[in-house]
Design a protein around this ligand. Structure first.
Ligand code: BGC
Length: 322
């Protein structure tokens, strides 16, 4: 295993390579996953995530390609919440609501804590009041590539005041490395999902997937690119994504209670890595996370991080072929 560091404009790129020749490339710009190179069924390496060639494109573009998302991934209604009797006003960046933490983490420079063997660890300190959230927050995100083609993402966070937290990664996966993801097979290990309103905010109901287009429990072909919903996971096994064309398969495991399956339906046209044209459904996200708008939904599992306590979480994307 090795980690190489190279320049990425004013930032750094770290490339972790394993003994199979698979590679994970991450940058301190937004603690972003820039590429994941995995073999297809013939052993040919292909890049299975969307991204850009330059930091400038990351800085000017929307869509959070490969980025670390925080302090609060997904939406918070009315860009505000009340905790311990105090109401906090947050940065509204989608109408009157907050999406992905407002200004958030995705365009910030992270410090590199370590980069050795198979792992790179980034750290960000977000001041008390950052995007309106209480508490000086320290976040660490570790990226690891194993010799078995597992990409592990580790999260840790602590704050000096009670606050709320929801961290995820926003990789757009496309196991073919080209075209769109319609035709990929997806299994989500979720017996229920969270219906949303016109602003894509959860209505508060937790509905069974049985008999609906949200029942991915036995796996189904993605024929429709409208999905942008949080699924309530039955246990730590989250999902399996597979692509018949390349033979690539990706298994997702997490300790988070939910996964946002976003089929990339709102991704506008743009040039990505190597001049490739991206657009609607070019990639899909499986964002492991707490439930959207939990700060305003006491009926959802708590997203509160108490002062002085440590939040930790882990998600593993395991690659294979069939
Ligand atoms: C959200 C989408 C949003 C996308 C890009 C996803 O996590 O669920 O609604 O369009 O991020 O911002």
């Amino acid at each position: 295993m090795s980690v190489k560091r190279s320049r990425f404009g004013e930032y750094y790129l770290y490339t972790i390579e394993n003994s199979q020749g698979s590679k994970l490339e991450v940058t301190d710009l937004g603690a972003t996953v820039r590429s994941i190179l995995m073999p297809d069924r013939n052993g040919i390496m292909g890049d299975v995530v969307l991204g850009y060639d330059t930091p400038e494109e990351y800085l000017k573009s929307d869509g959070y390609l490969g980025a670390a998302v925080g302090r609060y991934a997904n939406r918070i209604a009315g860009a505000g919440f009340t905790l311990n009797g105090t109401t906090y006003e947050l940065t509204a960046n989608e109408g009157g609501n907050m999406l992905h933490g407002g200004i958030g983490f995705s365009k910030r420079r992270f410090d590199t804590v370590s980069a050795e063997d198979s792992m790179v660890v980034f750290e960000l300190r977000d001041p008390d009041g950052g995007d309106g959230f209480p508490g000086n927050l320290t976040v660490r995100i570790g990226y690891e590539l194993s010799d078995d083609n597992d990409v592990c993402i580790y999260y840790a966070a602590s704050s000096d005041k009670d606050t709320v937290i929801n961290l995820t990664n926003h990789c757009y996966f496309n196991l073919s490395g080209e075209g769109d993801i319609l035709g990929h097979e997806l299994l989500i290990n979720a017996g229920s999902y969270l219906p949303v309103d016109g602003d894509l905010l959860p209505t508060g109901e937790i509905c069974p997937v049985e008999g609906t287009d949200f029942d991915f429990r036995s796996g189904r072909e993605i024929k429709n690119g409208f999905y942008d919903h949080c699924f309530v996971l039955d246990n730590n096994f989250c999902a399996t994504l597979s692509d018949k064309k390349s033979g690539r398969v990706m298994l997702v495991a997490t300790d988070m209670p939910g996964v946002q399956f976003y089929a990339g339906g709102a991704l506008s046209e743009r040039r990505g890595k190597n001049g490739r044209l991206y657009g609607k459904n070019s990639g899909l996200c499986l964002e492991t996370q707490r439930f959207p708008d939990s700060p305003n939904r006491p009926e959802f599992p708590s997203c509160v991080l108490r002062a002085g306590e440590m939040f930790t979480s882990r998600t593993i994307y395991s690659f294979d072929v069939e």
